[in-house]
Design a protein around this ligand. Structure first.
Ligand code: PCA
Length: 132
């Protein structure tokens, strides 16, 4: 799948999701669909928001939403997610079929996850409760 000029496909898994606390920051962009990563990626509960990290030992992957965002929105989202402060970095991530050909980026958490609670389902719930 390729995007119209200038647009980026973003895989969101936390507070940016529909119905979640920071959804307004992405709400004027285009929802593409739900998707899941292959195993090898895991969510941790950092505070009232999750952080995604690589983890070769993971067997479940991460559940989220694909959004098509324009350059202005991407700038806004990067600032909001703390890219300048190195809270997250934005990089590409693979998806499971039927989205395996879709090139998406996501926000990888950059701080230490030691002592943080893993979200074992790979699905951060929008109302803040954990789906086991
Ligand atoms: N916001 C971004 C990264 C983690 C978070 O809470 C997202 O929803 O993907």
């Amino acid at each position: 799948m390729s995007e119209p000029a200038g647009r980026t496909l973003l895989f969101v898994y936390g507070t940016l999701k529909r119905g979640a606390s920071n959804h307004r920051v992405i709400a004027d962009q285009v929802y593409v669909g739900d998707a899941r990563t292959p195993p090898g990626y895991r969510l941790y509960l950092v505070a009232d928001y999750p952080g995604l990290v690589r983890d070769p030992a993971d067997r479940r992957g991460v559940q989220g939403e694909i959004w098509s965002v324009n350059p202005t929105a991407l700038q806004r989202l990067d600032a909001f997610e703390g890219i300048p402060e190195k809270l997250y970095r934005r990089d590409s991530i693979p998806l499971l079929p039927p989205d395996q050909e879709t090139i998406v980026q996501t926000y990888f958490y950059l701080r230490n996850i030691r002592g943080r609670r893993p979200i074992v389902s790979g699905n951060w719930s929008v109302d803040g409760r954990l789906i086991p």
